[in-house]
Design a protein around this ligand. Sequence first.
Ligand SMILES: CC(C)(COP(=O)(O)OP(=O)(O)OC[C@H]1O[C@@H](n2cnc3c(N)ncnc32)[C@H](O)[C@@H]1OP(=O)(O)O)[C@@H](O)C(=O)NCCC(=O)NCCS
Length: 151
Amino acid sequence: MIIRKAILADVESIHDLVNYYADKSMMLSRSRSMLYENIRDFVIIEAEGEVIGAGALHVLWQDLAELRSLAVKDSLTGKGIGRQLVDYMLKEAKALGVQKVFTLTYQPGFFEKQGFCIIDKESMPRKVWTDCINCPKFPNCNEICMEINIV
Ligand SMILES: CC(C)(COP(=O)(O)OP(=O)(O)OC[C@H]1O[C@@H](n2cnc3c(N)ncnc32)[C@H](O)[C@@H]1OP(=O)(O)O)[C@@H](O)C(=O)NCCC(=O)NCCS
């Protein structure tokens, strides 16, 4: 397995992976346009040339970044791939000087194991909601907000 930053040629695979779960209402869908524009946020894990996991770290402010679009191929969950992606992105956040990483998720148990704690969504800065406004679930979203301090 190789973990690396995504390149443009990965976009179709990331699109398939994320939207597979988005179709099951397990995460937010991502358009190709969004993926191309934000490709530098993405990390992937590949095995034998196939993208089997992906996630993104999106910087929002001087001290804050969001971990988003984390997905592992359905048949390969539970093998530590999600953890490797989170570890990679947290190291990347630290290297960038980010102090807090948050995520909005339906999988709090997974993120708790990676050291994240549940926080009140309302305590997040207004900038966080920019993405939410375009979500079909807004304003009745039941995603759980979690964060980790990385300093
Ligand atoms: C959530 C997801 C990313 C986890 O990835 P994964 O590769 O299956 O997880 P890992 O194998 O790295 O698990 C790491 C640890 O978390 C635990 N874990 C994994 N998924 C969990 C869950 N949903 N709830 C509670 N614990 C979970 C594992 O048992 C493992 O525990 P251990 O440290 O005691 O061994 C993956 O299941 C997935 O893609 N789900 C669908 C999309 C999704 O919900 N993404 C979440 C972001 S919104």
